[in-house]
Design a protein around this ligand. Structure first.
Ligand code: NAD
Length: 349
């Protein structure tokens, strides 16, 4: 398939681009190269004959029409978004414009292209979304988000993603556009921008800085290794049922405090025995406004219908991630210098 992938210079998008090329697909990577982007993330495939890059903003409808016409994709994987909850609280405007208006533009450009092409049977528009659209769960482990959980977004970020999910479903119902949707839990892994929870913890620990945790650290998140998410997304674009949505999760619920302590323990093993624990650097800070207590995904549908499974446990994935940051200072050091990075400890990956 020729895949038009938006946001392919970001954290998850770049993992999808790398894996798509490895699976034999052709890729057109459409990205505006915002502060969160890094073309080094796709350097390993940049010279591949099946890879093309288009610098474009999804708020620019004319640019989208040009790219659809120039590349004639078989399918769209739409990941481009403003993605950081803390930034959405400080300045929600960009989240409304990119996540809602940008998705509207993508749907309209895709629809116009699909109709001009005579509604080809194989075409599909895959919208990549988050479990945060479902709101906050009680502590009871028996209660998880399913594909039919009502939406209850509570931050500007999750509200903007919920709005974009609704637009995608409306375009399927109203115009017959062939769509699939996925809602995933927190991702972590290589190439994670250093403003997000796990890189902040690793890099602050190594720098001898405080590891600030919101509130008492009891907020619970489900964690999924980014390469496993990319595998799930490609499984859905390759064989997901049209009109269906799939929840993707790692079944790895951890409190933020547990997660940070696990990271500290992995890092401690790499330092001399008598030099103490990085956990001594943990500092509790005033909670984020509207901080959701718990997210937990029931991934039964994608497991049972499409046979997808995560390839690593969270402990294995975190160990791989720590080692990747230790080995790739040349990647993260320049990004850390971008405004505001590493100052706060977000609880969305
Ligand atoms: P990211 O911030 O790392 O990357 C986003 C990418 O989108 C960047 O390369 C950026 O340049 C690009 N972009 C932003 N605005 C754009 C615009 N107006 N036009 C074109 N490109 C633009 O984000 P991520 O963590 O990789 O998340 C990717 C997608 O997955 C998002 O839609 C997000 O909501 C969703 N998601 C993320 C997580 C997570 O844990 N990170 C979990 C579930 C779902």
């Amino acid at each position: 398939m020729k895949l038009l992938i938006t946001g392919g210079a970001g954290f998850i998008g770049s993992a999808v681009v790398r894996q798509a090329i490895a699976r034999g697909h052709a890729v057109v990577n459409l990205d505006a190269l915002t502060y969160a982007a890094c073309l080094d993330n796709v350097a390993s495939v940049a010279d591949h004959s099946a890879y093309a890059f288009e610098e474009a903003d999804i708020r620019d409808r004319a640019a989208l029409d040009r790219i659809f016409a120039a590349h004639a994709p078989d399918a769209v994987m739409h990941l481009a978004a403003e993605s950081h909850v803390d930034r959405s609280i400080d300045g929600p405007g960009d989240f409304i414009e990119t996540n809602i208006t940008g998705t509207f533009n993508m749907l309209e450009a895709a629809r116009a292209y699909w109709m001009r092409a005579g509604k080809p049977a194989g075409f599909r528009f895959h919208h990549i979304s988050t479990d945060e659209v479902f709101g906050s769960l009680p502590a009871d482990p028996a209660v998880q988000f399913t594909e039919t959980t009502p939406y209850d977004p509570r931050s500007p970020y999750s509200a903007s993603k919920a709005a974009s999910d609704h637009l995608v479903r409306a375009w399927a119902e109203t115009y017959g556009l062939p769509v699939v949707l996925t809602n995933c839990s927190n991702n972590y892994g290589p190439f994670h921008f250093p403003e997000k929870l796990i890189p902040v913890v690793i890099l602050n620990a190594l720098a001898g800085k405080p590891l600030p945790i919101y509130g008492d650290g009891s907020n619970i998140r489900d964690w999924l290794y980014v390469e496993d998410h990319a595998d799930a997304l490609l499984t859905v674009i390759e064989k997901g049922e049209l009109g269906r949505s799939y929840n993707i999760g790692g079944e790895n619920e951890r409190t933020n405090l547990e997660l940070v302590k696990t990271l500290c323990a992995i890092l401690d093993e790499k330092r001399p025995k008598d030099s103490g624990s990085y956990a001594d650097q943990i500092t509790f800070v005033t909670d984020r406004p509207g901080h959701d207590a718990r997210y937990a995904i029931d991934p039964s549908r994608i497991r049972e219908e499409l046979g997808w499974r995560p390839s690593v446990t969270v402990e294995e994935g975190l160990a791989l991630t720590v080692q990747w940051y230790l080995d790739n200072e040349a990647w993260w050091r320049p990004l850390q210098a971008r405004a505001g990075v590493g100052q706060r400890l977000g609880t969305k990956a």
